[in-house]
Design a protein around this ligand. Structure first.
Ligand code: PGA
Length: 249
């Protein structure tokens, strides 16, 4: 059984004051959730968020991590720094990082390895752009992104990794992939994992989320699909009520 996992991706939103207000509202709303609940917050909010979610069912996540253990990487944050603050999950390879910050399949793989080596659980983002979809190369793109992200990653680590399928054209646009389409595309990713590892591992251990304009209105339909194991939620994770409704789809 793959336990559903719903993660909020706050992106570059919320001061510490706003973090406290949002989490104070959210904690009671999701206390009885069946899904695993994660909030991935900006670095500056991790300490405050960590204090608030301590002893609750909400797990703490970050939005990126550097691949080096330490050193001359101005502006970057290491896995040790996140672990020290109680971070459990970390988003890696989000399409905004691929698009605006030069993230590549290779840097994604390096970050995944660094995260795993310190016991952090990566949420690895993959997904095609509109151009790639219209060009009919969705499968090619997803197979490449998945294969490169998992290069040299041991089978034993699979239960510590989540994949988020986020079609770039659906992020923050209000356009959601249809549930059937998201399901079928996620099947391509699961099939890739089966080939890279084994059928049983892909079936039993690999959790794959959908992300891209997922909200209280479409969450239940998406979550009803057999391939979809959860969601990575941007906009709708910034309002406690909306996020709680997605969490409890
Ligand atoms: P969205 O973002 O829910 O606002 O579309 C999802 C994401 O980018 O993770």
């Amino acid at each position: 059984m793959r336990q559903p996992i719903i993660a909020g991706n706050w992106k570059m939103n919320n001061t510490i004051a706003a973090t406290k207000a949002l989490l104070t509202d959210l904690i009671p709303l999701v206390a009885d959730a069946k899904a695993e609940v994660v909030v991935c917050v900006p670095y500056t909010n991790i300490a405050a968020a960590g204090e608030l979610v301590k002893g609750t069912n909400i797990k703490l996540g970050a939005e990126n991590v550097h691949w080096a253990e330490k050193g001359a990487f101005t502006g970057e944050i290491s896995a040790d720094m996140l672990v020290e603050l109680g971070v459990e999950y970390v988003i890696i390879g989000h399409s905004e990082r691929r698009q605006y910050f030069g993230e590549t399949d290779q840097t994604v793989n390096a970050r995944v390895k660094a995260a795993l080596s310190k016991g952090l659980k990566p949420i690895i983002c993959v997904g095609e752009t509109l151009e790639e979809r219209e060009g009919g190369i969705v499968e090619e793109v997803l197979v490449r992104q998945t294969t490169e992200a998992f290069k040299d990653i041991d089978k034993d680590q699979l239960e510590n990794i989540v994949i988020a399928y986020e079609p770039v054209w659906a992020i923050g646009t209000g356009k959601t992939a249809t549930a059937q389409d998201a399901n079928d595309t996620i099947a391509i990713i699961r099939n890739t994992m089966a080939k890279l590892y084994c059928e049983k591992c892909a079936e039993e251990k690999v959790r794959i989320q959908y992300g891209g304009s997922m909200n209280p209105k479409n969450a239940s339909e998406l979550m009803a699909m057999p391939q979809i194991d959860g969601g990575l939620i941007g906009g709708a994770s910034l309002k406690a009520v909306d996020f709680s409704q997605v969490v409890k789809y």
